[in-house]
Ligand binder design. Structure first.
Ligand code: IDP
Ligand code: MG
Length: 141
Protein backbone atom coordinates (compact mmCIF):
# COMPACT_ATOMS: atom_id res chain seq x y z
CA UNK A 1 0.00 0.00 0.00
CA UNK A 2 1.13 3.53 -0.80
CA UNK A 3 -0.06 7.05 -0.15
CA UNK A 4 0.28 9.99 -2.47
CA UNK A 5 -0.79 13.63 -2.48
CA UNK A 6 -3.03 14.90 -5.25
CA UNK A 7 -4.30 18.41 -5.85
CA UNK A 8 -7.10 19.76 -8.00
CA UNK A 9 -5.32 22.97 -9.04
CA UNK A 10 -7.04 26.41 -9.27
CA UNK A 11 -7.93 25.87 -12.96
CA UNK A 12 -9.53 22.50 -12.14
CA UNK A 13 -11.61 24.01 -9.33
CA UNK A 14 -12.70 26.92 -11.60
CA UNK A 15 -13.70 24.49 -14.36
CA UNK A 16 -15.85 22.44 -11.95
CA UNK A 17 -13.66 19.35 -12.12
CA UNK A 18 -13.29 18.44 -8.43
CA UNK A 19 -15.78 15.58 -8.70
CA UNK A 20 -14.42 14.42 -12.06
CA UNK A 21 -10.86 14.09 -10.71
CA UNK A 22 -11.94 12.27 -7.53
CA UNK A 23 -14.22 10.02 -9.54
CA UNK A 24 -11.39 8.93 -11.84
CA UNK A 25 -9.23 7.99 -8.84
CA UNK A 26 -12.06 6.07 -7.17
CA UNK A 27 -12.97 4.23 -10.37
CA UNK A 28 -9.34 3.04 -10.51
CA UNK A 29 -9.77 1.47 -7.07
CA UNK A 30 -7.93 4.20 -5.15
CA UNK A 31 -9.26 5.59 -1.87
CA UNK A 32 -9.47 9.19 -0.66
CA UNK A 33 -8.24 9.10 2.97
CA UNK A 34 -7.97 12.88 3.59
CA UNK A 35 -9.41 15.89 1.76
CA UNK A 36 -9.73 19.66 2.12
CA UNK A 37 -10.05 22.91 0.17
CA UNK A 38 -7.47 25.63 0.84
CA UNK A 39 -6.22 28.80 -0.80
CA UNK A 40 -2.43 29.04 -0.81
CA UNK A 41 -0.55 32.29 -0.37
CA UNK A 42 2.30 32.91 -2.82
CA UNK A 43 4.78 31.92 -0.07
CA UNK A 44 2.91 28.72 0.69
CA UNK A 45 2.86 27.80 -3.01
CA UNK A 46 6.61 28.52 -3.19
CA UNK A 47 7.19 26.21 -0.20
CA UNK A 48 5.15 23.42 -1.74
CA UNK A 49 7.07 23.60 -5.03
CA UNK A 50 10.49 24.28 -3.45
CA UNK A 51 12.08 21.47 -5.55
CA UNK A 52 11.40 23.64 -8.61
CA UNK A 53 12.87 26.86 -7.16
CA UNK A 54 15.56 27.12 -9.85
CA UNK A 55 13.26 26.36 -12.80
CA UNK A 56 12.27 29.15 -15.20
CA UNK A 57 8.58 28.36 -14.61
CA UNK A 58 8.77 28.61 -10.77
CA UNK A 59 7.43 32.17 -10.50
CA UNK A 60 4.56 31.63 -12.94
CA UNK A 61 3.70 28.28 -11.40
CA UNK A 62 3.52 29.66 -7.86
CA UNK A 63 1.43 32.66 -9.03
CA UNK A 64 -0.96 30.20 -10.67
CA UNK A 65 -1.13 27.87 -7.65
CA UNK A 66 -2.00 30.79 -5.36
CA UNK A 67 -4.60 32.45 -7.63
CA UNK A 68 -7.62 30.59 -6.20
CA UNK A 69 -8.74 27.70 -4.03
CA UNK A 70 -7.37 24.21 -4.55
CA UNK A 71 -8.53 20.82 -3.30
CA UNK A 72 -5.77 18.75 -1.67
CA UNK A 73 -6.22 15.07 -0.94
CA UNK A 74 -4.33 12.03 0.25
CA UNK A 75 -4.93 9.03 -2.00
CA UNK A 76 -4.19 5.50 -0.86
CA UNK A 77 -3.90 2.18 -2.67
CA UNK A 78 -1.57 -0.36 -4.25
CA UNK A 79 0.99 1.62 -6.26
CA UNK A 80 -1.02 4.79 -5.64
CA UNK A 81 1.87 7.06 -6.70
CA UNK A 82 2.27 5.65 -10.21
CA UNK A 83 -1.47 4.99 -10.66
CA UNK A 84 -2.34 8.62 -9.91
CA UNK A 85 0.40 9.81 -12.30
CA UNK A 86 -0.99 7.52 -15.01
CA UNK A 87 -4.56 8.79 -14.53
CA UNK A 88 -3.26 12.43 -14.64
CA UNK A 89 -1.26 12.06 -17.87
CA UNK A 90 1.95 13.82 -18.92
CA UNK A 91 2.74 17.31 -17.61
CA UNK A 92 2.22 18.81 -21.07
CA UNK A 93 -1.38 18.07 -22.14
CA UNK A 94 -0.21 17.92 -25.76
CA UNK A 95 1.86 14.87 -24.80
CA UNK A 96 -0.68 13.34 -22.41
CA UNK A 97 -2.21 9.99 -23.41
CA UNK A 98 -5.84 10.09 -24.59
CA UNK A 99 -8.32 9.58 -21.76
CA UNK A 100 -6.06 11.05 -19.09
CA UNK A 101 -7.23 14.03 -17.02
CA UNK A 102 -4.68 16.38 -18.56
CA UNK A 103 -5.41 15.28 -22.14
CA UNK A 104 -9.13 15.74 -21.54
CA UNK A 105 -9.14 19.05 -19.64
CA UNK A 106 -5.79 20.90 -19.38
CA UNK A 107 -5.33 24.10 -21.34
CA UNK A 108 -1.50 24.20 -21.35
CA UNK A 109 1.65 22.86 -19.68
CA UNK A 110 1.22 25.17 -16.67
CA UNK A 111 -2.55 25.10 -16.23
CA UNK A 112 -2.82 21.33 -16.19
CA UNK A 113 -5.66 20.72 -13.69
CA UNK A 114 -4.08 18.23 -11.33
CA UNK A 115 -1.00 17.42 -9.25
CA UNK A 116 0.30 14.04 -8.08
CA UNK A 117 3.46 13.25 -6.10
CA UNK A 118 6.23 11.77 -8.26
CA UNK A 119 7.96 9.50 -5.68
CA UNK A 120 7.66 8.14 -2.15
CA UNK A 121 9.97 10.92 -0.91
CA UNK A 122 7.92 13.70 -2.48
CA UNK A 123 4.68 12.07 -1.29
CA UNK A 124 5.94 12.13 2.32
CA UNK A 125 6.95 15.81 2.05
CA UNK A 126 3.78 16.87 0.23
CA UNK A 127 1.33 14.98 2.50
CA UNK A 128 3.07 16.48 5.55
CA UNK A 129 2.83 19.94 3.96
CA UNK A 130 -0.97 19.84 4.15
CA UNK A 131 -2.06 17.17 6.64
CA UNK A 132 -1.24 16.01 10.15
CA UNK A 133 -1.37 12.26 10.82
CA UNK A 134 -4.59 12.83 12.82
CA UNK A 135 -6.34 14.04 9.65
CA UNK A 136 -5.54 10.93 7.59
CA UNK A 137 -8.10 8.15 7.79
CA UNK A 138 -5.66 5.53 6.70
CA UNK A 139 -5.93 1.77 6.74
CA UNK A 140 -2.14 1.55 7.05
CA UNK A 141 -0.23 2.42 10.27
P1 IDP B 1 4.21 17.28 -12.86
O1 IDP B 1 3.12 18.14 -12.24
O2 IDP B 1 3.71 16.51 -14.04
O3 IDP B 1 4.92 16.42 -11.84
P2 IDP B 1 6.58 19.01 -12.81
O4 IDP B 1 7.71 18.91 -13.78
O5 IDP B 1 6.81 18.50 -11.42
O6 IDP B 1 5.31 18.30 -13.47
O7 IDP B 1 6.16 20.54 -12.76
C1 IDP B 1 5.28 21.02 -11.76
C2 IDP B 1 4.24 21.88 -12.41
O8 IDP B 1 4.88 23.03 -12.95
C3 IDP B 1 3.51 21.26 -13.60
O9 IDP B 1 2.44 20.42 -13.25
C4 IDP B 1 3.02 22.51 -14.33
O10 IDP B 1 1.89 23.10 -13.69
C5 IDP B 1 4.23 23.44 -14.14
N1 IDP B 1 5.20 23.33 -15.26
C6 IDP B 1 6.04 22.29 -15.52
N2 IDP B 1 6.80 22.54 -16.61
C7 IDP B 1 6.42 23.75 -17.04
C8 IDP B 1 6.84 24.59 -18.16
O11 IDP B 1 7.71 24.23 -18.95
N3 IDP B 1 6.20 25.79 -18.28
C9 IDP B 1 5.24 26.22 -17.42
N4 IDP B 1 4.83 25.48 -16.37
C10 IDP B 1 5.41 24.28 -16.19
MG1 MG C 1 6.09 17.01 -10.21
Amino acid sequence: MERTLSIVKPDGVKKGLIGEVISRFEKAGLKVVALKMVKLSKDQAMGFYIVHKDKPFYNGLTDFMSEGPIVVMVIEGEQAISKVREIMGATNPKEAAPGTIRADFASDIERNIVHGSDSKESADYEIGYFFSSLEINSSIN
